[in-house]
Design a protein around this ligand. Structure first.
Ligand code: GLN
Ligand code: ZN
Length: 762
């Protein structure tokens, strides 16, 4: 067996990569210096892998921004709105595609499968593709010349690339395959001539649900490539799920196939056991979790490799992570403030490399050859399992008796509607906002001072109150119907709650790339999640004390907290979601007890948690909806539960959204170009709903007529009696002046609409 890696984090141990990019963008770093700096980081990343003793090191996975953008520019696929005359795409154009410039908007970005990494969506357009530079070849040469590494170049597979692009209908894909295949062939031929042995071709699209005719296309691609460059061996790499068409995939004319044995629900192994694995191929065995941050249970991994060994000759097995290590932080070695049992149980990229080589040693030399390392790994997992943070009896008990917990509101939605109408006496088309108001530099620097201890608790609290008072004043003056306190005390909607709930930890250096230079540091859910005391009551109650207008309490929902964290791997995600939900329920009840009668529970990440395979959507949606309801269903009939979501494609999960049973939902709309509205033609939604009437991502002030247009369009399919008026999302990224002007226009447009629709309201 050999150890192999599939990709390494770009960002550097101290986010040097991010800093270099941003320094270059702001004009503080010359282009030549950027190249120098990034080369240093790139070689260092390779050196770390080399020193780990890894047998197969990927090259060419490094990027100046995003690997899909690299692939597009390698083929000269530059959208027409950018100035481009062919040839190698210069850095200015490259970054303009990613970030936009004065004259042209950036390409959109979207989530890389079910991860939190975002790639730049290639635009196929009318340009004739050409090979502008052979990136994998350059990467291979560099690694060899500088470090003596015989690297394995990585290339995004043609079919995955096309499926992730926009601008070609499904019928046009064949034409695009014809256009790009010769270029892929050329890349491989040049690598072949260079003497490259193996190339890793990433085709994660094969882990999604593909139609049969699509497999024929994939077949054609790989037949052509094999004929074009018979001397280079292709490792066809899949990840993030099992492959549906196992037999077809392993029969493709490639020299090896990489499979994910961590996130496949056990199906890849099952398929091998059932159908075998071709004797002439290499198996990339993704046994180490490339997306989670926990040390592996090496003994069970060894057992898994042993099972694989029954179907595949040992010298044809590569022990590798389940996917590129791009999705985990660089190294856990620098963490200093974590509980020791947590610290010892972490495996970031660096630690995972060690696990890979250790597994190979154990598999080759027998477990006894690395007995002490295996024992240490086992001890660390056991210590975490035995930690008091995982032994909350109260939590376990409640989970064990989950069936006894109420999971539905007492009154039906119709009953609640009339009870709530009676209580709140809102006008038709009530106006509100989504929660946050501008997080100005003043707000952020106040938080910094408080965190550093320069400001006392009292000082910071007084500052937050001051902000709340200002914005209650502004909302009063604007004449909104339902207020919010503004979320000034929150840095991030998940971190804020994580810091106040039991069971969470925060690393100091656990950064992962989200998109471009933006990195996030997800909270770590490592223990039992429990409520420890009110988290939002003081600010909300203070805001409510200043006005008679209802102030909505504002919480982040269980699924969003789950999906935006690194989660313990000893329990199903469903159970962790339920733990969070039960903890949040206590906050909901505390708010209600303190006199807050409207409570919003945000679930912007509900949709993005959908499994890759359609066939698994229902199961996920069922437990996600259940967790939301657990958190929100114990309130009185008269208490109004709101929720909010930001992603625009809801058509396909609208029934689940309704099943959340929130009295009111606000949904981002502006980016869906009316598609969302039309989905309500087909589906009768019976609860309160606000489709965002202006985009909060842009500083532009939406004119009244434009908002009127949005309202009218929505009211063609929705009843004015159920419709709410609100922006697309929270306003934390906007400036104060913009926010006030935009909301003023929103209120004016609403007042006009009320006159027009009052008669028709039920
Ligand atoms: N209440 C949050 C806010 O307004 C919601 C943010 C979100 O949907 N991402 O900021
Ligand atoms: Zn939102």
């Amino acid at each position: 067996m050999k150890s192999a890696n599939l990709g390494y984090p770009r960002i550097g141990g101290n986010r040097e990569w991010k800093k270099a990019l941003e320094a270059y963008w702001s004009g503080q770093l010359e282009e030549a210096d950027l190249h120098g700096k990034l080369k240093e980081i790139r070689l260092n990343n390779l050196r770390i892998q080399q020193e780990s003793g890894l047998d197969v090191i990927p090259v060419g996975d490094f990027t100046y921004y995003d690997h899909i953008l690299d692939t597009a520019t390698m083929f000269g696929l530059v959208p027409e709105r950018f100035i481009y005359q062919g040839g190698e795409v210069d850095l200015t154009t490259y970054y303009a595609m990613a970030r936009g410039n004065r004259d042209a908007a950036a390409s959109t970005m979207t989530k890389w499968f079910n991860t939190n990494y975002h790639y730049i969506v290639p635009e196929l357009g009318s340009a004739q593709p050409q090979l502008t530079v052979n990136r994998p070849l350059a990467a291979y040469r560099e690694a060899k010349a500088e470090l003596g590494i015989e690297g394995r170049p990585v290339l995004v597979g043609l079919y995955t690339f096309l499926k992730l692009s926009k601008g070609a209908t499904d019928a046009e894909l064949s034409g695009w395959i014809d256009r790009l295949l010769p270029l892929y062939a050329q890349v491989l031929q040049e690598l072949e001539r260079e003497g490259v042995q193996w190339v890793q071709i990433d085709e994660p699209i094969l882990s999604t649900t593909l139609a049969d005719e699509e497999l024929e296309r994939v077949q054609r691609i790989y037949e052509t490539l094999r004929e074009a460059a018979p001397g280079v061996k292709l490792l066809l790499q899949t990840y993030f799920q099992s492959v549906d068409h196992y037999q077809a995939v392993v029969a493709l004319p490639v020299a090896g196939v990489g499979l994910d044995f961590v996130h496949d629900g056990g199906r890849n192994l099952q398929a091998i056991a059932e159908h075998g694995f071709p004797a002439d191929k290499v198996l990339g065995a993704g046994v180490i979790d490339g997306r989670g941050i926990w040390r592996a249970d090496l003994e069970s991994k060894l057992a898994q490799l042993e099972t694989l060994g029954r179907f595949v000759a040992a010298d044809r097995i590569l022990v590798q992570p389940s996917c590129s290590l791009l999705h985990v932080p660089v190294s856990a070695a620098g963490e200093q403030k974590l509980a020791p049992e947590l610290q010892a149980a972490l495996a970031f990229a660096g630690e995972k490399l060690a696990e890979l080589t250790l597994l190979v040693k154990a598999a080759e030399g027998g477990a006894s050859s690395v007995a002490s390392e295996l024992a240490a790994a086992k001890r660390s997992r056991e210590a975490l399992a035995a930690s008091p943070v995982r032994a909350r009896k109260d939590v376990h008990e409640r989970i064990a008796r989950l069936a006894e917990q109420p999971s539905a509101r007492v009154a039906s939605v119709e009953q609640r509607r009339s009870i709530q109408a009676e209580r709140w006496q809102l006008p038709i088309l009530p106006t509100t906002t989504i929660g946050s108001f501008p997080q100005t530099t003043e707000v952020r620097s106040a938080r910094q001072k408080w965190r550093k201890g320069e400001w006392s608790e009292e000082q910071y609290e007084a500052f937050i109150k001051d902000q709340i008072r200002t914005w209650i004043g502004i909302q009063t003056e604007l004449g909104l119907d339902v207020f919010v306190h503004g979320e000034f005390e929150r840095n991030d909607m998940v971190e804020f709650f994580g810091e106040k709930l039991a069971g969470f930890a925060f690393t100091s250096g656990g950064w992962v790339q989200s998109y471009g230079s933006r990195c996030v540091k997800p909270p770590v859910i490592y223990g039992d999640v429990a409520f420890e005391g009110p988290m939002t009551v003081a600010e909300t109650v203070y805001a409510q004390s200043l006005t008679k207008t209802p102030v909505k309490g504002m919480l982040t929902g269980p699924i969003t907290i789950l999906n935006w964290s690194f989660v313990r791997d000893d329990k199903p995600r469903e159970e962790v979601a339920n733990q969070i939900a039960l903890a949040l329920r206590e906050e909901v009840e505390a708010l209600e007890a303190a006199g807050i009668g409207m409570i919003q529970v945000d679930e912007p990440a509900l949709r993005e948690g959908l499994p890759l395979k359609r066939s698994e959507w229902d199961a996920y949606l069922e437990w996600a909806v259940k967790a939301f309801r657990l958190a929100t269903c114990t309130v009185k009939d008269e208490t109004q539960i709101h929720t909010h979501m930001c992603y625009s494609e809801f058509n396909d999960i609208i029934e689940s959204i309704s099943a959340l049973d929130a009295d009111v939902i606000s949904i981002e709309t502006s980016r869906s170009h009316g598609e969302l509205v039309s989905s309500f033609e087909a589906y009768t939604y019976d609860k309160g709903i606000g489709l965002g009437v202006f985009d909060i991502h842009s500083p532009r002030i939406p004119p009244v007529e434009e908002i009127t247009g949005m309202i009218d369009r929505a009211l063609r399919v929705l009843d004015p009696a159920q419709f709410w008026i609100n922006p697309d999302c929270g306003l934390k990224t906007r400036r104060q002046e913009e926010t006030i002007l935009a909301l003023r226009n929103m209120v004016s447009a609403t007042e006009q609409a009320r006159e027009r629709y009052a008669v028709t309201a039920r």
